[in-house]
Ligand binder design. Structure first.
Ligand SMILES: Nc1nc2c(c(=O)[nH]1)N[C@H]1C(S)=C(S)[C@@H](COP(=O)(O)OP(=O)(O)OC[C@H]3O[C@@H](n4cnc5c(=O)[nH]c(N)nc54)[C@H](O)[C@@H]3O)O[C@H]1N2
Ligand SMILES: Nc1nc2c(c(=O)[nH]1)N[C@H]1C(S)=C(S)[C@@H](COP(=O)(O)OP(=O)(O)OC[C@H]3O[C@@H](n4cnc5c(=O)[nH]c(N)nc54)[C@H](O)[C@@H]3O)O[C@H]1N2
Ligand code: SF4
Ligand SMILES: [Mo]
Length: 754
């Protein structure tokens, strides 16, 4: 890749107040070394002695450095090849415990989005003619503070909110959360992790007492029965799927998914259930396990609460009833239960087919319950394992300071607020006493005029949010919308009053926490174009202009922030106080939490609950359950199909702002929206392959092309989420506990558009 505009100021934009921009990157970044002064002979010979071990040596043409990928939560390590300190190419790292030399197409193409021609190079402010026009950072920051402060003055501090992401490093997420909530008096901020992981986080908290996915990827290789629920691993987590294939136990691979996905095709058992019948299905499986006495009584007695109530609850879910609701025969239900019973190391995995549901929390817990009653947790190859989505979804769950106080703490607990305040050296009184409103509640308040100013960072709300019919109107109602993104061209950024150009993955340092709780490093190997700044530097600027920089005087650089967070985490289940800095992460192949201070990192494949102790005060896990509910929008004569949505190909990432920038990736997926339909339905509707159709729901109509395929069942259709029209169709409804949108069930009609 080429970096067209040499930025002599590097991280320092033109501003009248440059004092806050003197931060130095903690890992001596290649650029700092190349531009900041000569390395001595001694340093070159023994770089680690001088804290330079990660630094590609100047003028060394073949220097490399490794960092984790910035797309999915697998957290593969990529070796970046540098010439004169600039990234020119990359290859998968052969020496990292996660991916052991493999990467998916997105990983291979991870540098391409950085050099896209539509990168934001300066802040843009909407002018009197209604157009976004370039301004310098000082004007941008003055507008930012003046406008937001004016709104807060007129309508109260809660009239400004933010929507963040699971795609920024932990240090930036923590900075955003602390800056807004402690520094700017903002109470409400949420992120796209709500669209993705809120259900799993809520389910774990309620069941285990803490949001704690118990597994390590090695479990994929250790299991003899692997059960994937609503998870299309081949497409969404291809390198995890490689780990499944590396399993030498000849495992049963079981997929529960209404579609015959790429993963289901490769499985040994596929249960093509009716959409949203999972809860009934898993209660039914529990019923069989209990009736056949295929449960682990010792484990239950020692480590689990509410077993008797659970037993009574599932008694209703007889195989006959369950077969009727799920479309899976009584014999096959028995076969699945029997497979679980026969397995010595059974692992249960789930992703969005579970989380994105109006009863997702209880469904996730129905899976957790199966692991608990069969004692399949805390041993190699077992677990009730939620797979995360975005590269730093886990970091956002623990450190974004939105639903939970920094470090997995609780806003509602005075002792937690005091602990965090003490570490940060701030007055505990500035810490809100309650968690933030959720994404949907924030947008609802915008609609009601209660929230007038919104700061959206690293998420593309105007494409990905479920309530698309209202979303445009909602964002339009704001007095002031700030969008901070790598590109000013996203569906959301074009609506902004102020656009702030952000550096992306590869242009900054920090850490991501992957699905198996592993902190991995990202590094600055390229310079952001023009005046674009890392989100970290933008937060420093905001703190300065807002007048709360003093509160963040120790937040000098990402590594300093990681050290602060490590202190905050001490004593928590997600304790990382034993991580003493970036060097440790770099040298050890990442580190899984927990690692408390004073604990040696002996094993880098660690799982939780090996001692059977959970995080509730009595040390036991809870079996939680509830009656299943009907799908709120079942098919009707007017809208006869259930629309499933999700990932289309391994080469497409979400709203495509990044993957669309790679010519290699673009060749690997269809350009325009398409809808997959069963051959029988296509025949009945007289539709031929590739025909143009209109897909409509009660909320919207979108154009698409027909893909006729038996991978979707009769009466169901599938559309990938990557095309901007998709959420004009979906129905805005949510899980009551997690407030996660239920993206994968609404009713649609299909008619020819030719
Ligand atoms: N290539 C690629 N990889 C990605 C991403 C990407 O955009 N592109 N995004 C990342 C992110 S953020 C996430 S969250 C993950 C998502 O990873 P996944 O959850 O694996 O992906 P999805 O395709 O959204 O949904 C998985 C499956 O749920 C099924 N499903 C729908 N309804 C139901 C139901 O009622 N029950 C059951 N059992 N299954 C159902 C769908 O048919 C689909 O195959 O992927 C991550 N990885
Ligand atoms: N119908 C339907 N809708 C869905 C889903 C579904 O399955 N079906 N899945 C949902 C899920 S699980 C998810 S996670 C969401 C994802 O939805 P989004 O978060 O909206 O999707 P992205 O395209 O990843 O948006 C990330 C944005 O951040 C920008 N960006 C990337 N890196 C940086 C950075 O370092 N700094 C800054 N400031 N900006 C950056 C990118 O350019 C992009 O605009 O979509 C949800 N929407
Ligand atoms: S599997 Fe995920 S982390 Fe690995 S290379 Fe692909 S996108 Fe990156
Ligand atoms: Mo996600």
């Amino acid at each position: 890749m080429s970096i067209e505009q040499p930025n002599t100021l590097d991280e320092s934009p033109a501003t009248e107040k440059p004092s806050v921009l003197t931060n130095k990157l903690p890992i001596p970044s290649p650029f700092e070394r190349v531009f900041d002064g000569p390395l001595t002979q001694e340093m070159l010979l023994e770089p680690s002695k001088f804290g330079l071990g990660l630094v590609p040596q100047r003028k060394q043409p073949n220097a490399t450095t490794s960092m984790v990928c910035g797309f999915c939560s697998t957290g593969c390590s990529l070796t970046v090849h540098l010439r004169d300190g600039e990234a020119i190419n990359l290859t998968p790292n052969t020496d990292y415990p996660v991916n052991t030399g493999m990467a998916c197409p997105k990983g291979w193409e991870a540098l391409a989005p950085l050099s896209a021609s539509d990168r934001g190079t300066t802040p843009l402010l909407r002018n009197d003619q209604g157009a976004l026009a370039p301004v310098d950072w000082s004007v941008a920051m003055e507008q930012f503070t003046d406008r937001f402060k004016a709104i807060q003055k007129e309508h109260g501090p809660e009239s400004v909110a933010f929507l963040g992401t699971g795609q920024m490093p932990t240090e930036e997420l923590a900075f955003l959360g602390a800056l807004t909530k402690f520094g700017m008096g903002i109470k409400h901020g949420d992120g796209n992790t709500r669209q993705c992981m809120a259900t799993a986080a809520t389910a774990y908290k309620q069941s285990f007492g803490f949001d704690a996915p118990p597994y390590t990827y090695d479990d994929f290789e250790q299991s003899d029965v692997i059960i994937l629920v609503g998870s299309n691993l081949c497409i969404a987590h291809p390198i995890m799927w490689q780990r499944v294939l590396a399993n030498k136990n000849n495992p049963e691979i079981i997929v529960v998914d209404p579609r015959t996905t790429e993963t289901a095709v490769s499985a040994t058992q596929h249960y093509a259930i009716q959409p949203k019948s999972d809860l009934t299905m898993f209660y039914g499986i529990a019923n069989i396990l209990i009736n056949e006495d295929w449960v682990d009584h010792d484990f239950i007695a020692r480590n689990v609460n509410h077993y008797e109530e659970f037993k009574q609850h599932v008694a209703y879910f007889t195989p006959e009833r369950v077969a009727e609701a799920t479309g899976i025969s009584v014999e096959r239900l028995h076969y699945l239960a029997r497979t679980i019973e026969k397995g010595k190391r059974v692992s249960f995995w789930w992703t969005m087919g579970v989380n994105q549901s109006y009863e997702g929390t209880r469904t996730a817990q129905a899976i957790i319950n199966l692991a608990l009653i069969t004692g399949n947790i805390g041993r190699p190859g077992t677990g009730a394992n939620s797979i995360t989505g975005q590269c730093n979804a886990m970091g956002s769950r623990l450190y974004s300071n939105t639903t939970g106080l920094l470090g997995g703490h609780d806003f509602g607990k005075p002792e937690h607020r005091q602990k965090v305040a003490d570490v940060l050296g701030i007055d505990a009184a500035v810490i809100p006493h309650e968690a933030s409103d959720s994404y949907d509640q924030i947008l609802e308040k915008v609609l009601k005029g209660e929230i007038r100013g919104l700061w959206i960072l690293a998420t593309n709300t105007a494409h990905s949010w479920i309530n698309q019919n209202l979303c445009g109107e909602i964002l339009d109602r704001l007095d002031f919308l700030v969008v901070q993104d790598m590109y000013p061209t996203t569906e959301t950024a074009v609506l902004a009053d102020l656009y702030l150009p952000a550096a992306g993955w590869g242009e900054k340092d920090g850490t991501f926490i992957n699905s198996e709780r592993r902190l991995g490093l990202i590094k600055k190997v390229a310079r952001a174009p023009g005046q674009a700044l890392s989100d970290f530097s933008i937060f420093q600027l905001v703190a300065h202009y807002w007048g709360c920089a003093e509160m963040f005087k120790d937040w000098t650089d990402p590594e300093a922030v990681l050290k602060i967070l490590a202190k905050i985490s001490a004593g928590q289940p997600c304790d990382i106080s034993g991580i003493d800095g970036y060097r440790m992460l770099d040298e050890s192949g990442g580190v899984q939490w927990p690692l408390g201070a004073g604990h040696e990192l002996k094993d880098n494949q660690r799982r939780l609950f090996e001692d059977g102790k959970f995080y509730h005060s009595d040390g036991k896990a809870k079996l939680l359950f509830e009656a299943p509910r009907k799908m709120p929008e079942p098919p009707t004569t007017a809208y006869p199909f259930t629309l499933l949505t999700g990932r289309g190909t391994a080469s497409q990432w979400h709203t495509q702002t990044r993957t669309d920038k790679s010519s290699v990736l673009r060749r690997l997926y269809p350009k325009d929206a398409y809808v997959e339909i069963n051959p029988k339905d296509a025949k009945q509707l007289n539709l031929r392959p590739h025909q143009h159709v209109t897909v409509s729901s009660q909320r919207g109509r979108v154009a698409a092309r027909v893909f006729v395929t038996p991978t979707v069942q009769k009466g169901q259709v599938f559309m990938p989420m990557h095309y901007s029209e998709i959420n004009q169709l979906t129905l805005a409804h949510f899980d009551p506990y997690s407030r996660q949108p239920s993206y994968k069930n609404c009713s649609v009609n299909i008619v020819s558009a030719e």
